[in-house]
Design a protein around this ligand. Structure first.
Ligand SMILES: Nc1ncnc2c1ncn2[C@@H]1O[C@H](COP(=O)(O)OP(=O)(O)OP(=O)(O)O)[C@@H](O)[C@H]1O
Ligand SMILES: [Mg+2]
Length: 385
């Protein structure tokens, strides 16, 4: 299901309980909850404008103001949410009034099934409308063609470099649920992880999020992958919802997807603006890269959003970029030189590589290219000018 953000305005206690239960299995983020429309519309409208719901579930059983006025005012907020009317019963007259007022659905107990169908319809229409409806920044993902190609190393350095180059507010999210290493490389050890966001979608707002992330350098925040084995099985739809939320909070959301393309990874792809497939020039890695590209294309991911990163290159690489492109069907976006010692030394000292080292320069160049900014000129001393 495509991520949906909802707001609730429900007064009847039983309806409220029933609704909460019916919503629980869905990857819905609850942006606000209220028991009634407040007398003072001003702050209420401001709040709705801030949290940008896709849908407002509005109980109309004992509404104090005319329904068409209420619907008009809610629909006029900046995200133009659709309205689902809720009623404790199915009065034909109430249904007619609600539909005339412009609500999209009229729901009454038992709500679970019709609510599910209504959310599915909404999710389908959002999906059809495409990414253009998504608010917020860009999402880029790093995927390792084969274990150990360097996706995590590159994701961490690019995130740190983009932050350093002031390209906006950046989130580095470790979505490698099996062997997430971002926390280790970035030297963060927060008590919370992606699993807490996923398991508390109903509470996911700015202040809850603040408690989960750790701060890297200025402009850079990090959400770690869960470490406990029990927390590693996260429903793909819920992870997607967290990423959709992140998109509204950051200019750049950088995902480390780990190796392997699984159903979870695939379901995320329609939100990912660019996927950087990290491979080395070795034949087994290139073979895997070719297979992954095919799987992504078969899943409907556009070739134009795919980028190839060639990591650990050295002078004696036998194939040309043109040959690689015709073999893999995707051009080489950038290369990062092989420098095991520089990375080993940095990681042993608990830091990222130095900006002026060989890979440091490559990471900086890559970060600028991804962010689409002109590379910052660095004062560097060179014997050869
Ligand atoms: N450009 C490079 N030069 C030398 N060594 C590198 C380079 N990039 C990464 N490495 C090394 O390769 C190893 C694997 O890197 P990393 O963990 O980033 O790969 P990965 O693709 O994320 O692996 P996994 O599939 O386990 O997630 C690390 O020891 C890292 O230091
Ligand atoms: Mg990794």
């Amino acid at each position: 299901m495509y991520p949906i953000t909802a707001g609730l305005i429900v007064e009847s206690k039983e309806l409220w309980e029933e609704l909460k239960q019916a919503l629980a299995p869905h990857p819905i983020r609850l942006a606000f909850e209220a028991s009634e429309i407040p007398q003072d519309w001003g702050p209420f409208i401001e709040r709705i404008d801030r949290v940008q719901p896709d849908v407002i579930l509005l109980e109309v059983t004992k509404l104090r103001e005319p329904l068409d006025d209420v619907v008009k005012r809610l629909r006029a907020t900046s995200s133009q949410p659709v309205i689902f009317a809720l009623h404790t019963s199915a009065h034909p007259e109430a249904i007619l009034t609600a539909l005339r007022a412009g609500v999209s659905e009229y729901l009454y107990p038992p709500v679970a099934e019709p609510l599910h169908a209504a959310l599915q319809r909404l999710s389908d229409s959002k999906e059809k409308a495409g990414k253009s409806t998504l608010r917020g920044g860009k999402i880029v993902a790093f995927l390792s063609a084969k274990g150990g190609c360097g996706a995590t190393t590159i994701a961490c350095h690019v995130a740190a470099e983009m932050a350093r180059q002031n390209t906006g507010k950046i989130l580095l999210a470790d979505l490698d649920l099996q062997s997430g290493m971002v926390g280790f490389l970035m030297k963060t050890s927060p008590a919370y992880s992606l699993a807490d966001a996923v398991n508390n979608l109903q509470r996911l707002d700015q202040s809850y999020w603040r408690g989960l992330i750790s701060n890297g350098t200025p402009n850079l925040e990090i959400i770690n992958a869960p470490t406990s084995p029990a927390a590693k099985q996260l429903p793909a739809g819920h992870v997607k919802q967290v990423v959709a939320f992140a998109r509204t909070q950051y200019d750049w959301t950088i995902l480390d997807l780990g190796r392997n393309v699984n159903p979870g990874t695939l379901s995320l792809l329609d939100m990912v603006d660019e996927t950087y497939l990290v491979t080395t020039p070795e034949v087994p890695a290139l073979h895997q890269a070719k297979q992954i590209i095919q799987v992504l294309l078969d899943a409907g991911y556009s070739r134009s959003h795919l980028r190839l990163l060639l990591n650990r290159t050295s002078k004696r690489i036998d194939v040309t970029f043109d040959e690689l492109e015709s073999m893999l069907g995707v051009p080489v976006f950038a290369t990062v030189g092989n420098d095991f010692d520089a990375l080993y030394e940095a990681f042993s000292a608990g830091r990222l590589v130095n900006e002026s080292s060989g890979p440091g320069v490559d990471f900086a160049r890559l970060a600028s290219k991804i962010a689409g900014v002109a590379e910052q000129k660095k004062k560097r001393f060179s014997l050869f000018g």
